[in-house]
Design a protein around this ligand. Structure first.
Ligand SMILES: Nc1ncnc2c1ncn2[C@@H]1O[C@H](COP(=O)(O)OP(=O)(O)OP(=O)(O)O)[C@@H](O)[C@H]1O
Ligand SMILES: [Mg+2]
Length: 292
C-alpha cells in the first residue's frame, strides 16, 4: 500500500519545482472518524469561501462508493474518477465546473480500483493529478469516513489534514482513533480540527479540548483548531435545495464561520475565541480582569 502512497506523496515533493508565476498548489485532505459529520458540506463551502478570497480551489471527491459532492451542488458530472483510473480520460476531461466557477472532480464509483491498480495505471493517475500543479492554489480531497486504505493514502500524501468532528462522544472518540492510527504510521502528518454542529462556542471548545488533551498527552501532538461551525438549520435546507449553503444562505451563521475559517487558513492564523461585544462582552472582560 505504501508504495502507492509514496507515489502520491511524490506529487507533493514534485510540486516544489515551480516555474515562475505558477501557484504553489497545496493538497488538503478532509476526513473524519465517524460518518455523516459534515465533511462534504464543509469541503464544498470551504472551497467556495477560499475562491471568494481570490484563491483557486479544486474539490476532489474521494469518497469511495458514496461520492456526492456533485449532488450537493445540483450539478451532474458526466465523467468522474473511474474514467481517469481506467485511463479513458485525462484529468482535464474529468474536471467539471460547479457554481461560482468552482472546479471539481466527481468520485463516481470506481475508487476501489486505486487499491489494486497496476503500476502503469497508478503512474498515470499520479502523473495526471500532478498536472494540476500550478493551476490551482488548493486541491481539497473529500474522503469517506474512517480509515479505509484509500483514505489513508490521501491523508499521507497531503500537505495538511483537516479532521471534522461533531460534539457527539462517538464522533470525538472516532476522530481521536483516526488521528492516533495515522500519527503512529506517519508522525509527520499534520492535523487541524473543525468541530461541526456546535450549540455555541463553549461546546466547540470543550469538544476540541477533549481531542487536543489526549493528543498532547498520549501522542505529544499539537492539533490546532481551525474553527467551529454552528448547528445551523440552513445547512440542511441548502442540502435539500442542492445549493451550497454559503451561496444559498450567505448571511447564515454557518456561512460566516466558514468565511472566518478560510481567512485563517490562508493566513495561517491560529484560532482565537471571539470576544462578545456589548454588555455581555463588557462583563466578560471585567471578569477576566478580576481573575488576573
Ligand atoms: N453545521 C451543520 N448544521 C446542521 N446540519 C448539518 C451541519 N453540517 C452537516 N449537517 C447535516 O449533516 C448531513 C451530512 O453532512 P455531510 O454529507 O456533509 O456529511 P459527511 O461527513 O460528508 O458524510 P459521509 O461520512 O456520509 O460522507 C447534511 O446533509 C446536513 O443535513
Ligand atoms: Mg461526505
Amino acid at each position: 500500500m505504501f508504495d502507492q502512497a509514496q507515489a502520491l506523496r511524490n506529487l507533493v515533493r514534485n510540486r516544489e519545482s515551480l516555474r515562475q508565476g505558477e501557484r504553489r498548489t497545496k493538497i488538503v485532505t478532509i476526513t473524519s472518524g465517524k460518518g455523516g459529520v459534515g465533511k462534504s458540506n464543509f469541503t464544498l463551502n470551504f472551497a467556495l469561501s477560499l475562491q471568494s478570497l481570490g484563491q483557486k480551489a479544486l474539490v476532489f471527491d474521494a469518497d469511495i462508493g458514496m461520492a456526492n459532492i456533485d449532488v450537493l451542488m445540483g450539478v451532474q458530472a458526466r465523467y468522474h474518477l473511474y474514467h481517469l483510473l481506467k485511463r479513458e480520460k485525462t484529468i482535464w476531461e474529468i474536471i467539471h465546473t460547479g457554481p461560482k466557477e468552482l472546479q471539481f472532480i466527481a468520485g463516481g464509483s470506481g475508487f476501489q480500483d486505486l487499491l489494486s491498480l497496476p503500476e502503469e495505471d497508478l503512474n498515470y493517475f499520479t502523473e495526471q493529478v500532478d498536472q494540476l500543479t500550478g493551476s490551482v492554489d488548493y486541491i481539497l480531497f473529500d474522503t469517506g469516513a474512517g480509515l479505509s486504505k484509500e483514505t489513508l493514502k490521501f491523508i499521507v500524501a497531503a500537505d495538511e489534514t483537516i479532521v471534522v468532528t461533531t460534539p457527539e462522544p462517538t464522533s470525538i472518540t472516532d476522530a481521536y482513533a483516526l488521528i492516533k492510527v495515522v500519527h503512529r504510521m506517519r508522525p509527520d502528518v499534520s492535523f487541524q480540527l473543525v468541530v461541526n454542529r456546535v450549540a455555541d462556542v463553549s461546546e466547540g471548545r470543550q469538544t476540541a479540548d477533549k481531542i487536543k488533551l489526549v493528543a498532547e498527552q498520549f501522542l505529544e501532538l499539537d492539533i490546532p483548531t481551525l474553527g467551529y461551525i454552528s448547528d445551523d438549520s440552513n445547512v440542511s435546507k441548502a442540502v435539500k435545495k442542492q445549493v451550497p449553503f454559503t451561496i444559498a444562505f450567505p448571511n447564515s451563521i454557518a456561512s460566516k464561520e466558514i468565511a472566518q475559517m478560510s481567512t485563517r487558513f490562508i493566513t495561517g492564523q491560529r484560532y482565537t475565541e471571539p470576544v462578545p461585544g456589548g454588555v455581555k462582552g463588557f462583563f466578560n472582560k471585567m471578569l477576566r480582569l478580576q481573575r488576573k
